[in-house]
Design a protein. Sequence first.
Length: 118
Amino acid sequence: VQLQAYGGGLVQAGGSLRLSCAASGSGFSFNYMGWYRQAPGKQREFIARISSGGATTFLDSVKGRFTISRDNAKNTVYLQMNSLKPEDTAVYYCNADAYNGRAWANYWGQGTQVTVSS
């Protein structure tokens, strides 16, 4: 399984960015797909996730600012980030639970840098 994340960049406070993460893997199906972030000197933290059925969960500090969606046909998850704050600056990682017909496993994508300037 490979998770390819993209869409990070530099944005001013109050701006928006949309992250995308495409999952690939022959014979795999994906249940939860989501996003984590890691700021310098801090632990990686959960941001949001979405099930294959569309159920969502968010970190409290991003509720109302971030939305998560997915295209199951493309195995792609999106994170729309609005009203960005400098404290949102971090490397953002996508994450997915994948099933190969025999067992579940958890996968990480490479990070994409999000920098919010004040």
